[in-house]
Design a protein. Structure first.
Length: 82
């Protein structure tokens, strides 16, 4: 469980959101809480089982986590990816 930390990026492997990239906001046992800043905001994160996500080894600072910062992190990652 200690390899899943807040600020890391994760890709959904299962469910209707398969393939979407999120930022891990919090962890709780077998679950992580994910946000994308648009549909899943910091105030309403998606609860997903750890086995249904794939970690992207990239850590970000979430000291002032808000939806704008989450969107910026995801945009920078997508720009680097292509």
């Amino acid at each position: 469980m200690d390899r899943y930390k807040a600020g890391m990026l994760a890709r959904s492997k299962a469910g209707h959101d398969a393939g979407r990239i999120y930022v891990i906001i919090d962890t709780d046992g077998a679950y992580v809480y994910l946000a994308d800043g648009r549909i899943r905001t910091v105030s309403n994160p998606k609860k997903k089982k750890i086995r249904h996500i794939e970690l992207i080894c990239r850590k970000n600072d979430l000291s002032k986590a808000d939806d704008v910062q989450i969107r910026r992190i995801l945009k920078e990652y997508k720009e680097e990816e292509f």
